[in-house]
Design a protein around this ligand. Sequence first.
Ligand code: ADP
Ligand code: MG
Length: 585
Amino acid sequence: MGIRVLPSALIDQIAAGEVVERPAAVVKELVENSLDAGATRIDLEIESGGTRLIRVTDNGSGIEPEELPLALSRHATSKIKDLADLESLTTLGFRGEALPSIGSVARMTLTSRVEREERAFSFACDGGETMAPKPAAHPVGTSVEVRDLFFNTPARRRFLRSERTEFGHLDAVVRNLALARFDVAFTLKHNRRDIVSLPKAADRAEREARVAALCGETFLDHAVWFERELEGMTLAGWVAQPTFSRAQADLQFTFVNGRFVRDKLLRHAIRHAYRDVLYQSRHPACVLFLKLDPKRVDVNAHPAKLEIRFRDARMVHDFVFRTIESVLAHPDTGAGAARRAPTDAGALARQPSSTPRAPDLLPLYQRLHAPGAAAAAAVAEPVPTRAPDGSGLDLGVALAQLGGIYVLAEADQGLVIVDMHAAHERITYEEMKAELGADGLTAQRLLVPVDLRLAEREADQVEASEAALSRLGFEIARRGIDEVRILAVPRLLADTDVEPLARDVIADLVADGGSARVEAEADALLADMACHSAVRANRRLTKDEMNALLRQMEQTPRIDQCNHGRPTWTRITLDELDRLFLRGR
Ligand code: ADP
Ligand code: MG
């Protein structure tokens, strides 16, 4: 066979292989075109998972009648004209490939009207065969109808899955697009049933209603809204508290300049921000919008434009990572992190972070605790004011200890319940991190040194890692071929059982290539160490000790969860107690 130039219909079908792998991809391309045309309302009608019919109707700018055939030609686009445009892209499309590709593997009709024309025109394309434009009836805007996808490419058709599966993919694409553009109304019908109906969302409350509709109420109940800016980049969105995590990364939505992307760098930054507060196997949930100068992003890296490249990757990564980390550490101070109004009444186990600090509870509190009331007398100590770091966390005054684990406290909004193991673990961990960051952990000499028998190779490792161990606050001397003596342990862990602690740290050192780990994975090491400290928490505390714990908690970053993502405290508001006892009904 000699070399020949391929017929253009075949070229389109080859291109279709990249752009239109399934109905969901068609929907993505068509809706993106509608958004690029400035639509504020987009209606989708789907039949049989999109294989029989996909119709997208918008109220955008429309296409000039004489340009209709052009829209269907390969490499024809109104969005860029030169390389400079490509390098500072503000539209979702730019390749001029989608319509011809779709037209080559389906029966497509384009109907469109521009403002200054009285009539609409429609233009059909049947597997690449085009017909002359005809007058039609249509309001200003465009409808694109795609029927019988892959009717002329049986090999592709065989790759389609069940109607349900295909619709599932399609639905997910619509969700991504609807999250990207709160200013656009969307409806989605499948086999004539209404599936999605989202009005425009102008303010925070309306946006949160859309997020709840698309990502679930529970996500939103545990999510904190934030918005931060740095050097021309802004990051905004909702991040879920670690107590709401997922087995899959299925609730992680990232948008860059309004485009849904699946980006490794962003994923990593998110993962890293949660590293202290989430089990390794769990995935955080978030909806994030990153905006930056289009010149700093390259979207021309993937035919479906799902992957992008950042020109200054390091900076973007650190900005995203640090922002989320700090929002998680101080959910209260997240810029503009006003709390949501409570959505349902009965949620006693609501996490503290999602509990609104409802101002209307204060009068109720004052009524119940008017001066002279018996309840007021029970509060012996003065109610503490806001925490000095400004986080505003107020865990109140300790009342009692329950079951050797829980500290009960009276705060101005009701009953606070603290899991002292979990809280203590977090406090110790954060203190150790601060010490390590400064100068290394402070060591405390043991009154009675502890001798340990180890494997010879472990003893070797101990000897070789003297500097690393000393940074961690340990002083361990070799005593023989297989024996070491522990002379000092980290001050913060001085009360813990020394032997298992030292064995774990040494095992970690051996397993992870020695002292390198102390620098590279200090956080994980410290988290393991902090775990040991929790053991000592199982004892009776005096009131003073309990109050000291509460005050310490108020000043500890990320105190809402222990190192494993379990909650450290929760609150039952007076309001909730009232409801429990049917007061005020
Ligand atoms: P691209 O989006 O990369 O430009 P497409 O093949 O998706 O390429 O579309 C080709 C052209 O058709 C677009 O550049 C645009 O001018 C026009 N077009 C497509 N869909 C619409 C629409 N819904 N409303 C207005 N114009 C449209
Ligand atoms: Mg397009």
